[in-house]
Design a protein around this ligand. Structure first.
Ligand code: ZN
Length: 270
């Protein structure tokens, strides 16, 4: 009983401290230093959806996205690919300091129209997880031609299933279909071996992870908040979602700079 009281008091002190820490004027300028001093050893995998001006949380405005990319460029972050991440986690390949992977889920057309020119400007590679049956099928989603152009210019196209249904609610046969048919379709359209996967709505279990492995994937990404590191499951990699907020830029910087603090407290982990 006594112990749990102490824990509560410590938690209370932490909770009081955080708003002060986050509003510190030094927070933005001392970002990367902050990461080092707090012993951040994971890889930041940013997770975007739409890059446009819609007033919904999934939409980050193009000008905000541009500012965020500029922030990464100017603060000594290094953009790496999922292959770099995989080779590091599985084979110990050395990475540059402050590594960041940029990912987009769902394969919206605005990724091509709005995000791609900005990524190009900064020379950043990125990965788009597409829903294979939506491509060239619905307006506002990418076409296969756009996917081919993106791929030729450093933007990797990977799988987000066939139909974007939560995998843990499907039968074994349906899960297998979502995993294998999306891979087959992307492989055929882009002439590649699709090896990375993002779980629709973030839902997964060990059974689904094993099926991904059997189907030939190397790694899979969740929407579990955190950095990917040596303690991560390669088929349940953590990411940092970036959403539209009142002040998207500030919240983006805070999220980057205070990841270790959030992790220690077990915050936002779902
Ligand atoms: Zn999705």
């Amino acid at each position: 009983m006594k112990y749990s009281l102490i824990k509560k008091i410590i938690l209370f002190i932490f909770l009081c401290f955080i708003p002060i820490a986050l509003s510190s004027p030094h927070a933005l300028t001392e970002g990367s230093q902050e990461l080092e001093s707090m012993g951040q050893d994971g890889i930041i995998v940013l997770n975007y959806h739409k890059i446009d001006n819609m007033d919904i949380s999934l939409s980050v405005r193009p000008e905000d996205f541009d500012k965020q990319m500029a922030y990464l460029k100017n603060n000594n972050y290094h953009i790496i690919t999922p292959d770099d991440l995989y080779d590091n986690l599985e084979h110990g390949k050395e990475l540059p300091s402050n590594p960041v992977v940029i990912t987009f889920d769902d394969g919206y057309e605005d990724n091509y129209k709005n995000a791609y020119p900005i990524l190009k400007k900064y020379g950043f590679p990125a990965t788009i997880f597409v829903v294979s049956s939506f491509v060239s099928q619905y307006p506002n989603y990418l076409t296969w031609d756009q996917c081919r152009e993106l791929k030729a210019n450093g933007i990797s196209i990977q799988s987000h299933t066939v139909s974007h249904r939560s995998l843990t609610e499907l039968t074994n046969e349906q899960i297998k279909n979502e995993i294998t048919e999306s891979k087959k379709k992307i492989d055929a359209e882009l002439g590649q071996d699709t090896t990375y996967f993002a779980y629709p709505t973030g839902t997964y279990n060990l059974y689904v992870a094993q099926m991904l492995k059997d189907a030939g994937y190397r790694a899979a990404f969740t929407i579990k908040y955190g950095t990917a590191g040596s303690s991560s499951n390669i088929f349940a990699l953590e990411r940092i979602p970036v959403f539209h907020t009142e002040n998207t830029y500030n919240s983006f910087c805070k999220r980057l700079n205070y990841i270790p603090l959030f992790e220690k407290l077990g915050w936002i982990k779902s």
